[in-house]
Ligand binder design. Structure first.
Ligand SMILES: Cc1cc2nc3c(=O)[nH]c(=O)nc-3n(C[C@H](O)[C@H](O)[C@H](O)COP(=O)(O)O)c2cc1C
Length: 319
């Protein structure tokens, strides 16, 4: 089994990816959050610069519905030395969907097909796709997969939810299994990767029962909440051996990384760390009162006092 780290805008930054690789590892491919404009921002560039991603295999991601823009961004990425790029057809956010990008592009399969034809014709890089199953109805996946089956995809990563579901409810593993069988029937050779709601040994084993042949799994929130999740999945044990010392060292390195790379004082660093704690706090039993204080901190010294208190007083949960 190969595990990928899902791209998560604002969370799985190069600082997070490098720190995670140093302390926990187990990820074979890291996917960068999307680049949405051919005029790449300094932040976009810094996130994918090879020197900022030295010890990991990084796949940059593009969010676009214009072949011309996709080709321009992929050219820039190629100039940095990348040979593979991922196309985002999964972002469900209202502003993205309104512009027919991300999952919004799934609404118009004819335009999507034309776009794919052009980028596969003109882009010299390997192209993988990260997609949802459709917009409104689960039955939409079949038309989309017939289109995907026409192209030499490096990989098709499927988050089996609909756009309208955002991240609510649960991933439709059964629909993914049908799509998997469909690809096999059509003798499509592009590998399929599963993504969605793998947060424990139980959810992972349930996936393997439904799709025993799967050998690529992408995980996002599960890893953010439990950084040793992959070790648990590989050993197939549900007893966590995460220690406070391990988590503290990871946290301190992350904080240090953000302090070094973000300018503008305490605020941007606190913003990043607080965002992360929404997930990381799941490592502790009853973290709510500590989390509330961490979120209230407006200076780094206040933040550190509250984090120290959490590490001193709270117990690591059985993850
Ligand atoms: C805050 C947030 C940011 C995300 N950013 C991206 C992104 O930039 N590109 C992308 O393809 N998916 C993005 N996703 C979706 C995740 O990559 C992933 O598909 C989703 O979280 C489901 O996987 P999980 O259940 O393992 O977390 C984002 C999700 C969240 C919650």
């Amino acid at each position: 089994m190969e595990f990928y780290l899902a791209p998560m805008e604002g969370l799985t930054t190069f600082v997070y990816r490098n720190t995670f690789a140093k302390h926990f590892g187990g990820v074979t491919r890291y996917f960068a959050p999307f680049i949405g404009s051919r005029h790449m921002s300094t932040r976009d560039i810094r996130d994918i610069l090879p020197e900022n991603n030295e010890n990991i295999l990084l796949i940059p991601q593009i969010l676009s519905n214009k072949a011309e823009d996709f080709l321009a961004i992929s050219d820039t990425l190629r100039s940095y030395g990348y040979d593979t790029v991922n196309l985002n057809l999964g972002c469900p956010s209202g502003t993205v969907v309104a512009k027919h990008r991300g999952a919004g592009f799934l609404e118009d399969p004819v335009a999507l097909d034309r776009f794919l034809y052009e980028i596969f014709d003109k882009c010299p890089m390997k192209i993988s796709i990260k997609t949802r199953l459709g917009i409104e109805f689960l039955s939409e996946w079949e038309d989309l997969f017939r289109i995907y089956a026409k192209y030499p995809l490096e990989e098709l990563i499927v988050h089996p939810r609909l756009q309208k579901e955002y991240y609510n409810g649960h991933a439709h593993v059964d629909a993914f299994a049908d799509a998997y069988a469909f690809f096999k029937e059509q003798a499509v050779t592009s590998p399929l990767c599963y993504n969605g709601d793998i947060v424990s040994v139980e959810s992972y084993q349930a996936l393997l029962r439904m799709c025993p042949e799967i050998n690529h799994v992408m995980i996002g929130r599960g890893i953010l909440r439990n950084p040793i999740l992959l070790q648990l999945l590989l050993r197939e044990t549900s007893s966590s051996s995460l220690t406070k010392e391990q988590l503290r060292a990871f946290h301190d390195d992350l904080l240090d990384g953000y302090c070094r790379c973000l300018s503008g004082g305490d605020t941007p660093v606190l913003y990043k760390m607080k965002d992360l704690w929404t997930h990381l706090s799941c490592c502790f039993v009853s973290p709510e009162k500590y989390l509330k204080k961490i979120r209230k901190a407006s200076r780094l010294n206040e933040y550190t006092i509250e984090v120290n208190r959490l590490f001193r007083e709270a117990t690591i949960s059985e993850l």
